[in-house]
Design a protein around this ligand. Structure first.
Ligand code: TTP
Ligand code: MG
Length: 353
């Protein structure tokens, strides 16, 4: 049985800005670009969230919800520095650290001897150290696998932690709403709800085949997650090959101009995602787009000569759209990353001769 900790910083970008400008404390703060640039928010502090302000919301709309919102431009270099500091703390406990973004990571502490081997105490100690060294708060989830640890870190947020012991897993998942499962967005949730699946307990009653018929290949993960099973390892050196953002629309879009407007929004999100994963533009090999048409057929377009620019994405989107001239239900934008060259065995043996 493994001991996995998932750590996630609280309202990360906003907390860094408030720490550095204490006059913002206690006031609603959003991090994002100004309204005139069609900006969207990267995040908001918990004061702003009371008004419904949250990440990915257009800034203009956020200001309508909360007219007193203080807008601060993101400063990614600062967030990177803090991210490095927290990763150094994680490494004091285990080498098995898998960062998911600047502000979150999985830690496998199964072999860690500190705190008498108690993952609960290790998580508490890590959160205390983070606060002492950075002045920022973090939340943690402690569980026998990644799937449960990630859900648990959200359970007592902000500045809290939650433990799911192995013997508590089956009770915990039984009442867990399907929306808490990573990968179940609005569309998948609606499909499952139309079959009266609301909780993991409901899903446990379905066969694997039944789930596959409803949600396709995701059915297999759903089958296992709903039982609290997840055998994924915490991998310290996973190399990412691509990053993408996809949007499924509530209603199919048939106008190319409307598709272009949507492209702008998805592009903004992709930009944030790359920043958050600390991926620089010179690590990008190529860009691509994906369209799914109303008949669920899909097409992808990529061009090695395209650059990471909105205009280039729009050109690819137009090309894909004209392949079928049909309404689309999903738009995805992404980048392929250059692979890091591994030291070849040949070179090593040459050096040792
Ligand atoms: P999150 O951990 O999802 O959010 P958060 O840390 O701001 O708030 P909390 O964990 O307390 O709920 O994301 C971490 C950072 O990533 C966030 O501070 C800003 C950035 N981000 C974006 O830029 N765009 C987004 O859509 C999201 C969700 C996050
Ligand atoms: Mg966070």
């Amino acid at each position: 049985m493994k001991k996995i900790i998932h750590i996630d910083m609280d309202s990360f970008y906003a907390s860094v800005e408030i720490r550095d400008n204490p006059s913002l404390k206690g006031r609603p703060v959003g991090i994002g670009s100004p309204t005139e640039k069609r900006g969207v928010l990267c995040t908001a502090n918990y004061e702003a969230r009371k008004y419904g302000v949250r990440a990915a919301l257009p800034t203009m709309y956020a200001l309508k919800l909360c007219p007193d919102l203080i807008l601060v431009r993101p400063n990614f270099d600062k967030y990177r520095v803090e991210s490095m500091r927290i990763r150094e703390i994680f490494k004091e406990y285990t080498a098995l650290v898998e960062p998911l973004s600047l502000d979150e990571a999985y830690l496998d502490v199964s072999e860690c001897q500190q705190c008498d081997g108690s993952a609960t105490l290790i998580a508490k100690e890590i959160r205390d150290k983070i606060f002492k060294e950075t002045g920022l708060t973090a939340s943690a989830g402690i569980a026998p696998n990644k799937f449960l640890a990630k859900i648990a870190s959200d359970w007592n947020k902000p500045n809290g932690q939650f433990v799911i012991k192995p013997e508590e897993v089956s009770d915990f998942v039984f009442n867990l709403p399907i929306k808490k499962i990573f990968g179940v967005g609005k569309v998948t949730a609606a499909k499952l709800q139309s079959h009266e699946f609301e909780t993991c307990g409901d899903i446990q009653k379905a066969s694997l085949l039944e789930l596959k018929n409803i949600v396709g290949s995701f059915g297999e993960k759903l089958y296992h997650y709903s039982r609290g099973i997840d055998n994924r390892e915490v991998s310290a050196s996973r190399e990412r090959k691509s990053v993408s953002v996809e949007h499924t629309f509530r209603e199919d879009i048939c106008e190319i101009n409307e598709v272009i407007i949507k492209t702008e929004g998805v592009f903004e999100e992709l930009k944030y995602r790359l920043e958050n994963k600390d991926i620089k533009h010179d690590e990008i090999k190529s860009i691509f787009i994906k369209l799914k048409f109303k008949d669920f057929k899909q097409t992808t377009v990529s061009d090695l000569n395209s650059l990471f620019k909105l205009e280039d994405f729009i050109l690819l989107v137009k090309k894909g759209f004209h392949r079928k001239e049909e309404a689309i239900r999903l738009l995805g934008l992404g980048v392929q990353l250059k692979t890091k060259k591994k030291e070849s065995k040949y070179q090593l043996s040459f050096l040792s001769e």
